[in-house]
Design a protein around this ligand. Sequence first.
Ligand SMILES: Nc1ncnc2c1ncn2[C@@H]1O[C@H](COP(=O)(O)OP(=O)(O)OP(=O)(O)O)[C@@H](O)[C@H]1O
Length: 306
Amino acid sequence: MSAVISTRGLVKRYGRVRAVDGIDLDVQQGDVYGFLGANGSGKTTTVRMLLGLVLPTSGEVELLGGRMPRAGRRVLPRVGALIEGPASYGHLSGRENLRLLDASGRGGPWRTRSARVDAALDQVGLGGAGRKPVKAYSLGMRQRLGLAGALLRRPELLVLDEPTNGLDPQGISEIRELLLDLHRGGTTIFLSSHLLAEVEQLCDRVGVLDRGRLVLQDRIPTLVAPTGSTVVHSPAPDRVRALLDGRVTAVEGDRLVVRGEDPAEVNALLVGAGIPVTGLALDRPTLEQVVLAAAGTSPDRVEVPR
Ligand SMILES: Nc1ncnc2c1ncn2[C@@H]1O[C@H](COP(=O)(O)OP(=O)(O)OP(=O)(O)O)[C@@H](O)[C@H]1O
């Protein structure tokens, strides 16, 4: 495994606003990394610094092993990026837009341009609509066209800023499938989002930004690992408590948290004593709980599913 994105003490100040406040990002090859944060927490500013579009006030960015922005010319051809509603010419077709993009240096030799453009259109599911003018595209189709542009160079790394913004549920799920497909093909993905559910469904690592600070960064399975306790549901919580004297750490209605990470052992004890059990599971936090705990004083800032 090697670092694909690495930042050290990255800061961006706009006047008095510290938009990004000393963050150390660590994205490894093969990650689907979710960069989660509320609107205004500094995601776009960070993404722009990663790509050398905005200069940091202080700190360092390394992209695919090269120090940015100096290494941009060398490493950016290996990166596909989609930032804030991709621009395209409305009167031209999707295919013509991609040909222009390819000709402007995104792609490769002109002899293979048509094949490259067709492959990118097919990859994002726009093969059939490639000849329509872009002004007749839905928002989802435009977003997919933006992704097709990012894919022209078969990038090792995709950097996507809120790729599903403004899409309907079907559009969101199509983009998700596409990204998972690309990941299976070996592409590392870094995606910013203010939607916890989106990151949870797509990503295996998460970084949480709260007012410019990286308050959490870890693998999702690690964050939601079992706590070492078992959750028991029983219509007789008092009897459970009496039997497992000292091991019950929380009771809420018919739900009890019992120390011990072997539900079968807890079940055997309860059933042996004739206590009814209606539910039994390993205790583990949800990603939402972990994120809200990390975002600390501002739990309403990351959008969580209702
Ligand atoms: N060019 C700029 N000049 C002044 N302030 C800026 C500039 N760009 C961003 N900011 C400020 O920096 C902070 C972070 O903004 P940024 O756009 O990076 O957040 P974000 O997490 O991407 O939010 P959103 O999802 O709404 O785009 C905000 O307070 C914003 O107002």
